[in-house]
Design a binder for this molecule. Structure first.
Ligand code: F0G
Length: 427
């Protein structure tokens, strides 16, 4: 029996069968196993709201107005302002570089750098909302499975809110910087013998059995926060939608959030046309791409393997929502090899922007689609960079990619002549 409510401000709805549940129902799937999402009445959104959003951005005096999530608060979570757990987060920058335009063959290519969030990835945008909701529901313990960024974000927000938190990570498969960061904020870490997909399944079952609040992106409130990446970049572009928004796809929570953000912004009249989504997976972790190739007629999980550890995911939880996001935005799914994504990363890094390997999928995919003529030269594109360069520095310092940097680094004796000699040998 559904926990139905007559005319609430927001509720949870199943994306497959339209069953509804009250907003505070502690569940992530419908009885039919469909994923749940937050819904609001249509009249909740209107075109004049962007004036309020722009006013808050230019004033930005309070923590909530400084936050690139809570600046859009009426469309994120219905709550009292004093209940919000905010760092603040978001308010990330948009970059353009001639060298990368040239590389990609585009005139208007932007990077929205989500690595500029407080813990170095876009996850903070979802976590501020999920942790706020956990507090509103009186939860004492929260948990997630993670390839490293969600865990660091959860750890930081749980520390701020004084919540107990547990993270499940695939043993030996997360970057050292992310592990250290997660430890530093003070959470309990369970290293699961298995990959991310095994850890995800375990945390879901453990949370259900032990009454722990789950804050992976299967939690609909995470999606509500991550929508603001799109809204903020639209605001950065004065509400003129780009032709394309490109992002990497792993567990597909962000893809789901982007689809919902685009549809809500368009339906509200905030933008005049819908940008097309371009979701890019690594070749060795590409179940969404494979399913897209056969018009989503079937889906098979894969055993994931890629250098981009953040998206080493073979059985994405948010598949159904992400599929809807592609269909609703006339989107595209692409795949790139590790070599292609590392090449794109070098372009982003050497332009002085920098990002972690998974993030560079967005540019690698855009370049590929541009080369194939799918994206046209005159079209505007925003690539979302999901994580900071320092998140996965191990990749640059270990084989085979350390070879690329070999000529840049040399150990010398502490003498001026050694400096002179080193510089003379350098072109
Ligand atoms: N980029 C980075 C840097 C990520 O950390 C992730 C996911 C993604 C892209 C993919 O986003 O899962 O929403 O499709 N990281 C998760 C984590 C899985 O645990 O940190 P997605």
């Amino acid at each position: 029996m559904n926990e139905k409510n007559s005319k609430p401000a927001a509720w949870l709805a199943c994306i497959l069968c339209d069953a509804t549940y009250t907003i505070n129902a502690e569940r992530y799937r419908c009885d039919c196993q469909g994923l749940l999402e937050v819904k609001r009445p249509r009249e909740h959104f209107n075109a004049s709201q962007i004036e309020t959003f722009d006013q808050r951005k230019s004033d930005a005096r309070s923590v909530l107005d400084q936050s690139g999530v809570w600046r859009f608060r009426e469309a994120v979570l219905d709550t009292n302002e004093n209940e919000i757990v905010s760092h603040p987060e978001g308010a990330t920058r948009l970059y353009q570089r001639d060298s990368i335009n040239h590389f990609a063959g585009l005139r208007k290519l932007y990077f929205k750098h989500e690595g500029e969030n407080p813990t170095g990835s876009f996850k903070d945008r979802g976590m501020t909302v999920a942790v706020t909701q956990a507090m509103r529901m009186g939860k004492k313990t929260v948990a997630c499975a993670s390839t490293g960024n969600t865990s660091a974000s959860l750890a930081a927000y749980a520390a701020q809110a004084n919540l107990k938190s547990i993270v499940f990570v695939p043993d030996g498969q997360i970057a050292n910087g992310k592990l250290a960061q997660t430890l530093a904020y003070g959470v309990r870490i369970l290293k699961v013998r298995g990959d991310f997909d095994v850890a995800m399944k375990l945390v879901f079952e453990a949370c259900r059995t032990l009454g722990i609040y789950l804050v992976n992106s299967i939690n609909p409130f995470r999606i509500e926060g991550q929508k603001t990446i799109v809204w903020e970049l639209l605001q950065d572009l004065k509400w003129h939608a780009p032709h394309w928004i490109a992002l990497p796809g792993g567990n597909l929570g962000n893809t789901s959030a982007f689809g919902k953000a685009i549809s809500e912004a368009y339906d509200a009249g905030w933008i005049a046309r819908k940008p097309r989504l371009c979701v890019v997976q690594a070749h060795g972790a590409n179940p969404f791409f494979r399913s897209y190739l056969n018009q989503f007629r079937n889906y098979e999980a894969v055993k994931a393997q890629t250098i981009a550890s953040a998206i080493r995911i073979g059985n994405p939880v948010s598949f159904d929502k992400a599929k809807r996001a592609i269909l609703e935005t006339n989107g595209i799914v692409a795949e790139v090899t590790d070599e292609e994504l590392m090449h794109a990363k070098r372009m982003i890094d050497s332009a002085g922007i920098g990002c972690e390997p998974a993030s560079a999928c967005s540019l690698a995919g855009v370049k590929k689609l541009r080369d194939q003529g799918v994206i046209e030269e005159h079209e505007s594109v925003v690539c979302v960079l999901t994580g900071h360069l320092l998140k996965d520095a191990d990749v640059l310092l270990s084989p085979p990619y350390n070879q690329v940097y070999e000529t840049q680094i040399k150990t010398i004796e502490p003498t001026v002549s050694a400096v002179e000699q080193a510089l003379a040998n350098h072109d």
